[in-house]
Design a protein around this ligand. Structure first.
Ligand SMILES: Cc1cc2nc3c(=O)[nH]c(=O)nc-3n(C[C@H](O)[C@H](O)[C@H](O)COP(=O)(O)OP(=O)(O)OC[C@H]3O[C@@H](n4cnc5c(N)ncnc54)[C@H](O)[C@@H]3O)c2cc1C
Length: 285
């Protein structure tokens, strides 16, 4: 038997988490697969479970406007389907969700689960890297906010403490004029990525004023390189094209894929670099 907690509110959820280190459950689409058992039998969960999918404090989407447009605060229990319906969801995030699993799963699964599962192949998390998202964590000591790239530390590992919950994802205003999402998998629906590229940029007067590039499933964590992005930022489109060989050389050092059941390291490296080149050479206009 597993202890299953369904707290009344976030405060009670945090108390239970602190007292029992119960494993949080939102949509369950990663967690229940991780603990799967023989067909027809219950999952083999070896810890208390803390259901958070119903908590009102985690179910809202707030639009936090500032001078450069609307940013978003997405509650940890908001589902992908709800995000697809929301008018301010950035196009790049929308594109990643549309190709994630299938509608039935998107009706229950969450961004928070995708982030906390910390897979380098997590598709929505990859878009969140490109969009410079931050995660908000709550625990007995209060709340803290950190960039997603600092939250995820390796395959399946994060800096989430045993008494904390992820409560929200913060997105800065999305001012991109170009979005480029490519998920490379064996089929469109219900396929995990061999690799993915999530990229966006703001181009004004043929100049790149902002750029974000994230590559999934090619290293222990999603690859995002602010240093390379800074080199490209401010450049004219033609200058960006001339910088491509140097950018690809630098990305080549960060891309460290593995062979597994979904693909080979060689294929992943080759296609990831080809997609970055395609984005920089053909999409920025
Ligand atoms: C058939 C199928 C297809 C899939 N296809 C894709 C795909 O195409 N792309 C992709 O990226 N993923 C895919 N997935 C994986 C999964 O659906 C996603 O990662 C999803 O976003 C997980 O969200 P969830 O709410 O179900 O998380 P859960 O399973 O509930 O939780 C996942 C992890 O996050 C933790 N967690 C959840 N909420 C919180 C919180 N608020 N605070 C702290 N920790 C928390 C849990 O403890 C657990 O460790 C697929 C899964 C299945 C079964």
């Amino acid at each position: 038997m597993v202890d299953f907690h369904r707290p009344r509110d976030l405060s009670e959820a945090l108390q239970i988490r602190a007292a029992t280190a119960a494993v949080p459950l939102a949509g369950g689409t990663d967690l229940l697969v991780r603990y799967r058992n023989w067909a027809g039998t219950l999952p083999r969960i070896d810890r208390p479970v803390l259901y958070v999918g119903h908590l009102a404090e985690l179910r809202s989407v707030d639009v936090a406007g500032n001078g450069s447009g609307p940013g978003m605060i997405i509650g940890a229990a908001v589902t992908y389907s709800e995000l697809l319906e929301h008018p301010t969801t950035p196009q790049l995030l929308r594109d990643s969700i549309i190709e994630l699993a299938a509608p039935g799963l998107r009706n229950v699964a969450t961004l928070a689960g995708n982030i906390c599962n910390a897979s380098p192949a997590a598709d929505a998390a990859c878009a969140l890297y490109a969009l410079n998202a931050e995660v908000e964590l709550a625990g007995p000591g209060g709340r803290r906010r950190i960039p997603i790239a600092e939250f995820i530390t390796g395959p399946g590992t994060t800096v989430l403490k045993a008494d904390e919950l992820l409560t929200a994802v913060h997105l800065p205003p999305d001012r991109s004029t170009v979005q480029y999402y490519r998920k490379v998998g064996t089929r469109h629906a219900n396929a995990l990525s061999k690799l993915s590229l999530c990229a966006c940029a703001r181009v004004a007067d043929r100049r790149v004023t902002q750029i974000g590039i994230a590559v999934g499933a090619v290293a222990p964590t999603i690859v995002k390189a602010p240093r390379i992005e800074q080199q490209l930022q401010g450049a004219g489109i033609e200058q960006v094209v001339s910088q491509i060989p140097d950018a690809l050389r630098q990305y080549g050092q960060l891309i460290r894929p593995i062979d597994d059941q979904r693909s080979t390291a060689d294929y992943r490296r080759h296609v990831a670099l080809a997609l970055i080149e395609q984005f920089l050479a053909r999409e920025l206009r």
